[in-house]
Ligand binder design. Structure first.
Ligand code: FE2
Length: 384
């Protein structure tokens, strides 16, 4: 940081640094002050509301008091506050790069079948005992939306140990956990475990459960492999192929419903490809079994909307997109259910397959990951 300039009568300041000039508004700076009358020193929460800051706030004096401190005086409060310039650089918003619809965070890594040789896997005991292993594994799940676990215990409810690593079970009408149990009987095709198209779970909920854990307890049947597909990669592929298809599926809402048991009627109205208001790709809902009649697509666009839906399904079904693996007893996988689709291949032969599943949420996982990373950074800093 080499220089600071006051612009527009103190409405704006400009910081010059090695990457160029970054502008900040006086109001933004004042609201983001970290002095002890603005923020509680104990928990960092803001002590004042915007109404406590004068609407005509401006900067009357600005100086770089050292390499890492910007000292600003705000009027009409007559208040002088120090800002950490590293914090300002990390939170700068003065950029001109236009974001295209469907953008994803820099920390998100899209993948296809090429991930099969690099699936993030960790051992249960190591995850429970070693924070570095847990931090790496959770980081992989946050980045890729998917991870595998091996070496877990084999008993009813063992999947809760997985959730305990990062968060809390999301209980639903299916209970705290649900059974995925198939007896394969080749004499009766009705009992054959049919394959399922890749899907996200429970799109009829709003909000959807954002994490699913599937844990294997028995696996003596041939087949029944699990498969995952990166829904964000599929959405990007659709956009690369046909922008209009992407726009149709991200603009118009689909409807999903579930009324499979007495006393339950779940319904949602969301697009298959969900974008935030500023275009970030934030969710995929794809589940043929619970799609309801689409009534929010204009008549003129319905034909193309169906063509787009079909094409997205073809991309999801493309083997170039899938990572397939087999879960053995004591093994589990975890998916970000807002992003990664999962499927089960058909069973064959004889034997049984018993999995248990449960839901949890990405906010808990991201929180645990951030806390571990902050702790690791602090340890690194104290060791230097
Ligand atoms: Fe599922």
């Amino acid at each position: 940081m080499s220089a600071v300039t006051i612009l527009e009568n103190g409405d704006i300041i400009a910081l010059e640094h090695s990457r160029g000039v970054l502008r900040f508004h006086a109001m933004w700076l004042r609201d983001n002050a970290w002095d002890e009358t603005t923020r509680a020193t104990s928990n960092g929460q803001r002590l004042i509301a915007l109404r406590d800051i004068p609407g005509d706030t401006r900067v009357s004096a600005a100086e770089l008091s050292n390499a890492h401190t910007l000292r600003l005086t705000f009027e009409p409060e007559g208040k002088t506050i120090d800002f950490d310039t590293d914090w300002l650089l990390a939170h700068a918003y003065d950029r001109s790069d236009a974001r295209v619809k469907g953008w994803v965070a820099d920390t998100t890594e899209l993948w296809d079948s090429g991930l099969r040789n690099h699936v993030p896997v960790a051992d249960m005991t190591a995850l429970q005992q070693d924070e570095a292993t847990l931090r790496t594994w959770l980081g992989d799940i946050a980045r890729l939306g998917f991870g595998k676990l091996v070496g877990g215990p084999i008993h009813d409810g063992a999947l809760f140990d997985v959730v305990d690593l990062f968060g809390y079970v999301r209980e639903t009408n299916y209970g705290r956990k649900f059974e995925v149990r198939t007896e394969v009987n080749p004499t009766n095709l009705a009992f054959t475990g049919l394959g399922l198209q890749a899907h996200t779970d429970n799109p009829y909920r709003d909000p959807v459960p954002t994490v699913q854990v599937l844990y294997c307890l028995e696996s003596s049947a041939a087949g029944g492999e699990n498969m995952v597909v990166d829904g964000f990669r599929a959405a990007h592929r659709l956009r690369e192929e046909n922008q209009r298809y992407f726009d149709l599926l991200s603009t118009y809402c689909a409807r999903f419903d579930y009324a499979g048991e007495a006393g339950v009627r779940l319904r949602s109205r969301r697009p298959m490809i969900e974008l935030s208001p500023d275009g970030e790709l934030i969710g995929i809902r794809f589940n043929n079994r619970s799609m309801a009649a689409a009534v929010d697509v204009p008549f003129e666009d319905m034909k193309d909307w169906y063509a787009a839906y079909r094409r997205l399904g073809e991309i999801i079904d493309d083997t170039d997109m899938e990572v397939t693996f087999r879960l053995e007893p004591g093994e589990a996988f975890i998916v970000d259910n807002t992003r990664v689709l999962h499927a089960r291949k058909a069973y064959s032969g004889t034997g049984t397959r018993w999995l248990q599943g449960c839901y949890a949420d990405m906010d808990g996982l991201n929180s645990r990951l951030s806390a571990l990373e902050a702790q690791h950074a602090a340890q690194g800093a104290s060791a230097r």
